[in-house]
Design a protein around this ligand. Structure first.
Ligand SMILES: [Zn+2]
Length: 281
């Protein structure tokens, strides 16, 4: 489901649009709007009350950024310098997870216990497993850092890399195998107590009965951004659509907050990345 804000309505109407099986054309404009704030106490997301335009790196206007009050690098600053709502949030139960993206690509991460499945889905994890439950964010961060250092696991994987991995043909069972190996090493080397948690699979959430058919044509660099076809699925922030006999993909990370025009029919994907590439000498 795509989360969309209709800013022509007052107040802004937030709605969710199914992707799979629908013929559709998305084209984005350069104008970007604030994506709204997150209430850390109620764990809810709220559209920007100001319908503010944004520029630069942040997806949020100043007001929504202040209202959210979340510093992802909380462990690098004094606790009292964090917003009161993040101080409360950080003292809630957290989990440490391993997320797999291919048979040889995984990351370690932490999240609030109540957000676990949503956080894993928004990152597009193909398989995942919880390796520790902790009483707060600081204990979770200590485990995350140790796993990062001892198992050489990254804490982030870029969207472009995830899209490239989606375009590779591999057996999802092999991703489970990687996570089982990493979990066993984390438990042995870091002395984490065994939890016996199942390896989670999100394929049906992302794709329903559809299947990714590599190689995917990456339209992320097409300018202006546009993708058209029949929806195949949404894997994290990567939208996959079918156009005749090929599947197309676009990382929505590059168009977050951008005004989007949505047509309920298919248009030719006129911009072909292969024709946009320059020649190198
Ligand atoms: Zn805002």
């Amino acid at each position: 489901m795509l989360q969309l804000d209709d800013i022509s309505a007052t107040p802004t109407r937030r709605y969710f649009r199914p992707v799979r099986g629908k013929p559709c054309t998305f084209s984005w404009r350069a104008t970007r709007y604030c994506t709204g704030y997150r209430d850390l106490d109620t764990r809810t997301s709220v559209p920007c009350p100001h319908k503010a335009e944004v520029t630069g790196k942040s997806d949020l206007c100043w007001s929504c950024d202040q209202r959210t009050g979340f510093n992802p690098s909380f462990y690098n600053v004094e606790r009292l310098s964090l917003s009161p709502q993040q101080q409360r949030y950080n003292m809630s139960k957290h989990v440490v997870y391993l997320a797999g993206f291919s048979p040889d690509t995984a990351k370690v991460g932490i999240t609030s216990e109540g957000r676990t499945l949503g956080r894993l889905r928004e990152q597009g994890a193909r398989r995942a497993v919880v390796v520790a439950h902790t009483s707060d964010a600081y204990e979770a961060r200590a485990h995350e850092e140790a796993i990062h250092q001892w198992l050489y696991l990254p804490e982030t994987i870029r969207s472009a890399r995830k899209l490239a991995l989606l375009s590779e043909r591999f057996d999802l069972a092999a991703v489970s195998g990687l996570l089982e190996t990493l979990r066993e090493r984390a438990q042995r080397e870091l002395e984490l107590p065994p939890l016996g948690q199942p390896i989670l699979c999100f394929n049906a959430d992302y794709l329903g009965d559809n299947v990714i058919e590599p190689p995917l044509v990456d339209l992320t660099e097409v300018s202006p951004p546009m993708i058209s076809g029949v929806g195949v699925g949404l894997v994290g922030d990567i939208l996959i659509m079918r156009e005749s006999d090929r599947q197309l993909a676009l990382s929505l990370k590059t168009v977050i907050g951008c005004a989007v025009e949505i047509l309920e029919h298919v248009r030719p994907n006129v911009a072909r990345p292969a024709q946009q590439m320059g020649f190198s000498f």
